[in-house]
Design a protein around this ligand. Structure first.
Ligand code: MG
Length: 269
């Protein structure tokens, strides 16, 4: 036996070990990162690190936080109300200085496009100096499917009932924090909304859920929505389709809105 044999054996063992540990470097489809021999994830469709699992679509993010990503549906970019209608025909709110202004008594603003599960970004500002108090100061609302309301209210140093404050699921869940800026300043909402699902008989299969960030602060964390918005009553569900409009509430106060965009959220593949 050559005296060098033990060294060669050792080297071969090390290479074999390395191959076992980093097998993807040696696989035939090394150009396709991932594995074909790992355990199946729950559901059985994909393996851990599955080489065949589709790549997520590329979405170019906005230049800065709050800017619309490349695949967003922009509902208002500071110019006009073409993406909206009113309760009775055309949108009757005003546009001034790059913002939508709620017009008292003009009814709701209703998006022409409908959405199901979605991500919403919207910015709003309450009148300054503030006028009114309690629920009468800077009140509006962001209503998914026109019926599940995330409250818009100037409750900055303006007490009212907790489940009616900004970022509340109105009448159901108070926000986990009051993260409002003073009236007149722009406030941002980033909302993830999961629509309810209904069975064929109209009963609820899964309720709606919502996650809300007010000015970047998490105030709802996958909160279950108990039903359509109601005043001094319990919200209830009535069956509806998989998509519905986004509605901005007319509550008689000239709240301003800007930079409104929505991304429909699909399911992972
Ligand atoms: Mg409201």
């Amino acid at each position: 036996m050559s005296p060098r044999r033990p060294l060669l054996t050792l080297a071969a063992t090390l290479v074999a070990g390395a191959s076992a540990s980093f097998g993807y470097y040696l696989a035939d489809d090394a150009h396709k990162p991932g594995y074909k021999d790992t355990p199946h994830l729950p559901g059985g469709k994909w393996r851990v690190h599955d080489a065949d699992r589709p790549q997520p679509p590329v979405v170019a993010p906005g230049a800065k936080a709050g800017d619309a990503p490349s695949d967003a549906v922009v509902l208002f970019d500071g110019k006009d109300l073409s993406k909206w209608r009113g309760d009775h025909g055309d949108a009757a709110w005003d546009v001034a200085d790059g913002a939508i202004v709620a017009r008292r008594g003009a009814g709701s603003l209703i998006s022409r496009e409908e959405f199901g599960d979605c991500q919403l970004h919207i910015e709003w500002a309450a009148p300054n100096p503030p006028k009114g108090d309690d629920q009468g100061r800077g009140n509006s609302g962001v209503m998914f499917f026109g019926r599940y309301e995330i409250q818009v209210l100037d409750n900055y140093e303006n007490p009212t009932y907790a489940d009616g404050t900004a970022g509340a699921v109105y009448g159901q869940h108070p926000p986990l924090a009051n993260a409002l800026r003073p009236p007149g300043e722009w406030q941002s909402y980033d909302i993830l909304f999961t629509a309810p699902r209904f069975k064929d008989d109209g009963s609820v299969e899964t309720p709606a859920h919502v996650t809300v960030l007010v000015n970047g602060v998490a105030v709802q964390n996958h909160a279950e929505i108990f039903g359509a918005v109601a005043f001094r009553d319990l919200g209830r569900y009535s069956a509806h389709g998989p998509k519905g409009p986004l509605v901005l509430q007319d509550h008689g106060n000239p709240v301003r809105f800007r930079n409104i965009w929505v991304r429909p959220i699909g399911e992972e593949s």
